[in-house]
Design a binder for this molecule. Structure first.
Ligand code: DAH
Length: 344
């Protein structure tokens, strides 16, 4: 019996050492220590032994059982340690590997220009408001003193969305000027706002035209406001945008919603009036429409035109931006090609 136990011991030691994972180890445990295991079988057969042998063999078997349990536990620990080390090796982080540079977002050139312009007007005490791009014809035309037969209302220029809703047509706004009306209806003077936003006109796309573009509207209404205020404010704005030595020039013009009306030219910031590519040789750049708010427009909004006067302007953001950055094709502003945008 003793030698049988010795041989079991030798076999068990070899087998336990051969176990490389927990599954094999469990099979080993069942084989030796399980209910049908070799040691259990020996313990069961003790009845066949003589009373004198029983305690001796019992002791030996129990010792062997303890021994096997012991080597089993040690092997288990080793397997777990190896697994842990291997996992660590796989998970390890090489802090010397050069990093991958994340792509940083950039502000769109239109946003950059607009932010700059907003900053200037905020500094002058204006607030920035926005309005709907889908607009009643009343706000886009009628209230702005643009009569029914005016060519701007023609299907050629205006995207009509639906006609005669609540007795009015619905259009994509062709200008930011309707926000003059919405602002004056909502707010009593003094008013000082700029309104940036998208506007729409039925134009074919090419290097200088787009059916969607951006305008910035300005509106000031208060007691005693004059054309001089418009000139002064605009001059200040232009000097901050383009530089101290840049001057403006007002050319008479006509807009239905202002009287008098003007187009404001700015001296070319590139050539300082000499004539160059940016200003197409003229020395001047057309910047904005403007004028004194027509009394009829004020009255429509419930503002007494004998007590209050105001001025307004409307300029195109896209042209300012393309000139500023030397962008030769307007389409680039709308395509969102990352290779283009990355340059700003
Ligand atoms: N809304 C005009 C346009 O789109 C521009 C304009 C001209 C706006 C004169 C004004 C203004 O506020 O006073 O052509």
């Amino acid at each position: 019996m003793k030698s049988k136990l010795e041989s079991i011991k030798g076999k068990a030691v070899r087998e336990v050492k051969a176990c490389t994972d927990l599954k094999e180890l469990d099979n080993f445990r069942i084989k030796y220590l399980g209910k049908k295991g070799e040691l259990t079988a020996i313990l069961r057969s003790m009845g066949e032994l003589s009373p004198g042998e029983r305690p001796v063999v019992g002791k030996l078997v129990n010792e062997l059982k303890d021994y096997i349990e012991d080597v089993l536990a040690k092997q288990k620990e080793m397997i777990e340690k190896t697994a842990r080390e291997e996992r660590l090796k796989k998970e390890s982080l090489d802090v010397t590997v050069p990093g991958r540079k994340p792509l940083r977002g950039k502000r769109h050139p239109l946003t950059k220009t607009l932010d700059e312009i907003k900053e200037i007007f905020l500094g002058l005490g204006f607030s920035v408001v926005e309005g709907p791009e889908i607009e009643y014809a009343y706000y886009n035309f009628t209230a702005l003193n643009i009569p029914e037969e005016h060519p701007a209302r023609d299907l050629q220029d205006t995207f009509y969305i639906s006609s005669a809703v609540e007795n009015d047509d619905i259009v994509l706004r062709t200008q930011t000027s309707p926000m003059q009306i919405r602002t004056m209806e909502r707010q009593k003077p003094p008013i000082r706002v700029i309104v940036p936003g998208k506007v729409y006109r039925s134009d074919d796309v090419d290097a200088t035209h787009s059916p969607v573009f951006h305008q910035i509207e300005g509106l000031v209404v208060d007691k005693g406001i004059t054309l001089g205020d418009l000139k002064g404010t605009f001059d200040l704005f232009v000097k901050q945008l383009y530089g101290e030595d840049v001057v403006t020039k007002f050319r008479p013009h006509h807009f239905p919603f202002t009287e008098p009306s003007a187009e404001i030219d700015v001296m070319c910031y590139m050539c300082k009036g000499e004539g160059c590519r940016v200003c197409k040789g003229s020395g001047w750049i057309e910047l904005s429409g403007a004028g004194m708010v027509h009394p009829r427009v004020l009255e429509r909004c419930g503002i007494d035109s004998r007590e209050y006067t105001g001025w307004a302007f409307g300029m195109g953001l896209d042209r300012i931006t393309t000139r500023k950055y030397g962008i030769e094709d307007l389409r680039l502003l709308f395509e969102n090609d990352i290779r283009f945008l990355r340059q700003f």
